[in-house]
Write a protein that binds this ligand. Sequence first.
Ligand code: DAH
Length: 382
Amino acid sequence: MAFLLVQCHVSSCAFIARHSPLICSSRLQDMRSLFFAARSFSGASSFASRKKGGPLRIHASTIQAGGITISREDVVKEDDPTNNVPDTVFSKLGLHLHRRDDHPLGILKNEIYKYFDEKFSGKYQKFDDLSPIVSVTSNFDDVLVPPDHVSRRYNDTYYINSDTVLRTHTSAHQAEKLREGCTHFLVTGDVYRRDSIDATHYPVFHQMEGFRVFSQAEWEAAGVDGTSFALQDLKETLEGLAKRLFGDVETRWVDTYFPFTNPSLELEIFFQGDWLEVLGCGVTEPAILENNGRAGTVAWAFGLGLERLAMVLFDIPDIRLFWSSDPRFTSQLGIKFKPFSKYPPCYKDISFWINDAFTENNLCEVVRGIAGDLAEEGFNLI
Ligand code: DAH
């Protein structure tokens, strides 16, 4: 047993506007004005309604996701120790922010679609309505995530039962799309991770996965090996995408590690005086291709976080705002975000005994179930 003093930091919505002026590409200006013109989000799912100034309220116990109807009982099972999905997370399923053309995430998705459509004459198949409920196999095994990897833990992933999770990344669909015979595809969707909540973290966010398969004839015609060929194409494609979104920015490649690619890279851009990580990518591990009917080919893949990019592109200072229906947010998104509350954060101290099973994520979920998304963590174990 240990004694825990919790300082629960409740943000007052005093979202701080960034001070640095934005460097705008004309494309970015276009995206902004599109959003500005849209004024407020439309196309909310039928089960959700908005109270003035409040978050989306859910009052139905079924949602539509991936073309199927999912009931609360399918996802939240309080008596099942292999289930750790809270109602607050269930309420986000099926909201499909990325499918709303007037939402910053939808605008960004469409802009990336346009880049691929124009550059590759509509060759990329696009999927944005695949169910976020996937098997452990698809989410982890199929993309070679090691059995002992931290991301598989109950502390990090939402499990519906021991075999089924809320996808933690859109890479969960790579294998299934390969088996269906797709060679060029983009998968956009909501992804779920048990995480803290603050201005830049939220347990639900959105990713886009890109994937392209090359045949042997393609790299032989170029006179290079398959990996070099795919890597070159990957770099050109993604540098082009970064320029399309951010204007004529400086880019750099940083080596990293992902279980599903080798080599693995991150693309960074120099934006507003800082290097900003834009996405992860690499040349697909041959085993993924072999296991899914594509032996003898080479492929590249990338995954990008839509919120992260949209926050920079639209100057949105807090990730929670993507879920807001507050007219003070939806009606004002122009060049620079203005704070709509001047109240400082409010600290609450609570203390209680804990046992060895305690994790911060569990406590945060209990607190958020009552206090909502403005409760941020700050723990002192004494
Ligand atoms: N799935 C990774 C993540 O969620 C992102 C990613 C990195 C996807 C590299 C890829 C890739 O397809 O090649 O962090």
